[in-house]
Design a protein around this ligand. Structure first.
Ligand code: ATP
Ligand code: MG
Length: 305
């Protein structure tokens, strides 16, 4: 069945990205809570139709580590995209609570399984692996969203700048400057997985913008510097796993199959991890942070008479 706006009851805003807004919505006919992403584009109906058709492949992306897709439609020049609502939100807002090694292992094992499924079953390369695109729910499920399936949508997004946090592999950064799109392969996603893993573990983006005088210096460090490493508070196995992703030559990076059969993820498969408990703690921490921010704000702007 096809979803349309009339069937949706709009709820709170869940977040904002570079290209649009995500809202919680209720699909009235089925009573299913969904997340709806609005992407503003200046396009004619033929192009918008092409995008909706290309997004249709998402109906086949059914996997425990991939966010369910419910449908897409457009109104005027906006594409609306409805997906499974993940009630613990994205990982970038949760990892600050601290991520013990077994939790880290489970999160990345879900990510790699999802990516391998997309690649093997649907020939899809994600292209945007980063903590904001890893979603969790209170049951403790970890799922990926926002992978590139529509060439037309990709072309239509206003590529303003790459921002201050680049998860792009070195060969891709070099490729962009030469305008060579062909440099993107599945191993570029493996680099991003490594960088995301590091960020989740250490609690911040591994090439912090404040240590570089500008974006150019930061990108130069990614291309020419030594790849960052997991600190030695993590096990040798975990550190080795990350170092297999953060290899500068794409040909030498591990494949998904190798990453899954690495001792670190073997250990994970044999372990019981209380993801539900970790998510509950992380959500509580996130709530406390929000409250503290509110208090600080009140202190800095005393009530006017
Ligand atoms: P970028 O625009 O660079 O990709 P982003 O991933 O943060 O950044 P969006 O994809 O627009 O931007 O998402 C905005 C925020 O909405 C996310 O950070 C996440 O917190 C929230 N969000 C997105 N999808 C869902 C979902 N299915 N369930 C719950 N929250 C979601
Ligand atoms: Mg996103």
């Amino acid at each position: 069945f096809a979803i349309n706006m009339d069937q949706l009851q709009l709820g709170e805003e869940l977040g904002n990205g570079a290209y649009g807004t995500v809202k919680r919505v209720l699909h009235k006919p089925t009573n299913v809570a969904m997340a709806m992403k609005e992407i503003r584009l200046e396009l004619d109906d033929t192009k918008l139709n092409a995008i909706i058709m290309e997004l249709d492949i998402l109906h086949r992306a059914v996997h425990p580590s991939i966010v369910d897709f419910y449908g897409a439609f457009f109104i005027e020049s906006c594409v609306y995209y409805c997906m499974e609502y993940m009630d613990a939100g994205s990982l970038d807002k949760l990892y600050g609570v601290g991520v013990p090694e077994p939790v880290l292992g489970r999160i990345i094992s879900c990510m790699v399984k999802g990516l391998k499924f997309l690649k093997d079953e649907l020939q899809i390369i994600h292209r945007d692996v980063k903590p904001t695109n890893v979603l969790l729910n209170k049951r403790g499920d970890v799922k990926l969203c926002d992978f590139g399936v529509s060439g037309q949508l990709d072309k239509s997004l206003a590529k303003t700048n790459i921002g201050c946090q680049s998860y792009m592999a070195p060969e891709r950064i070099k490729g962009e400057s030469q305008n060579a799109l062909s440099t993107y392969t599945v191993s570029s996603d493996v680099w991003s997985v490594g960088l995301a893993t590091l960020e989740i573990a250490i609690g911040k983006y591994p090439y912090p913008p404040e240590t570089y005088s500008n974006v150019f210096a930061q990108l130069t460090a990614i291309i020419h510097g030594d790849p960052p490493e997991l600190p030695d508070t993590y096990s040798e196995t975990a550190r080795d796993w990350v170092s297999r992703c953060l290899v500068k030559r794409p040909e030498d990076r591990a494949t998904y199959a190798q990453l899954l059969s690495h001792p670190f993820l073997h250990e994970d498969a044999r372990r019981n991890v209380d993801m539900r408990g970790w998510v509950a703690r992380a959500l509580q921490w996130k709530d406390e942070q929000k409250q503290q921010r509110r208090l600080r704000q009140q202190e800095s702007e005393p009530l006017h008479p």
